[in-house]
Ligand binder design. Structure first.
Ligand code: ADP
Length: 251
């Protein structure tokens, strides 16, 4: 499939090209509320991916796009021309249209749109740096940004791509593994509900490998979810504490 020998993607003793083990995710960092003018925002680092998500809303939608019984979620996934080694066109591409939709569909089950009749929520995702799995990192950033905007949610959404190199399943693939590996299988879940909200697959996997990938993803997603939750707590714990002091609750 790719241009690089499978052996260089995974050594005999199970070490990947970037030094990770097969079940080791990339370093994952989340910062909440990085933009002062957006209603919610998050900056996510997932390996070398750097993704900024900014939320506008909920706000009252234009009449023609309103639903009386629920709100509308919109997403825009955009890659900066400097985010990849091949310079990407600054204009919106077909791939970005498709990924905007994939990210929206991954998030939608978690957003309680019926609590937001007539409203609109817009999520703008900027890929500042790309290294494989940007749709997953975008979901991870966007769900935290939505929570930061105070949007009612059933759960966060957390995503990771499982891949296959040298006939072996590996978690959280990078660009080299995506391009040269045997499969790319992005998976998003609502972690505390255990529900899958996105499954997409390129390449060839057996039914058993699909099952095993989902289980591997579940484990990684749990640990990424903890990082997302911690980031939200870091952002809101000081506010809650100062609120308590002002309220004189410990007096
Ligand atoms: P994902 O980022 O979700 O894995 P793809 O599988 O389409 O989505 O892309 C894989 C990787 O290929 C991206 O993360 C990025 O590193 C790289 N890539 C995507 N689009 C381009 C592009 N137009 N030019 C160069 N590299 C790109």
């Amino acid at each position: 499939m790719g241009k690089i020998a499978q052996e260089s993607l995974l050594s005999d003793d199970g070490v990947r090209s970037d030094g990770r083990r097969i079940d080791e995710a990339r370093p994952f960092e989340v910062q909440v509320g990085v933009l002062t003018q957006a209603n919610g925002s998050a900056l996510v680092k997932q390996g070398k991916n750097l993704i900024l998500a900014g939320v506008i809303g909920p706000y009252e939608a234009e009449r023609h796009s309103q639903y009386l019984d629920r709100g509308v979620l919109r997403t825009r996934y955009h890659m900066q021309p400097y985010s990849t080694n091949e310079r990407k066109s600054p204009t919106f591409t077909r791939r970005e249209i498709e990924l905007s939709r994939a990210v929206r569909e991954a998030l939608e089950p978690a957003v309680i749109l019926t609590d937001l009749p007539r409203a609109q929520i817009d999520v703008f995702i900027e890929v500042l740096q790309a290294d494989g799995g940007t749709r997953c990192a975008s979901v991870n950033a966007a769900s935290v940004a939505l929570a930061d905007a105070g949007v009612p949610m059933r759960d966060l959404v957390t995503a990771v791509a499982i891949g296959k190199v040298r006939d072996t399943l590996v978690v959280d693939i990078n660009d080299l593994e995506d391009e040269n590996g045997q499969a790319d299988f992005p998976i998003a879940m609502m972690p505390s509900k255990g529900k899958i909200t996105l499954l997409q697959m390129n390449g060839l996997l057996t039914q058993e490998e699909i099952q095993k990938s989902i289980e591997m993803a579940r484990g990684v997603i749990r640990s990424l979810y903890e990082v997302q939750v911690e980031a939200l707590k870091r952002r809101y714990a000081p506010l809650a504490a100062s609120g308590n002091r002002e309220g004189g609750s410990d007096a």
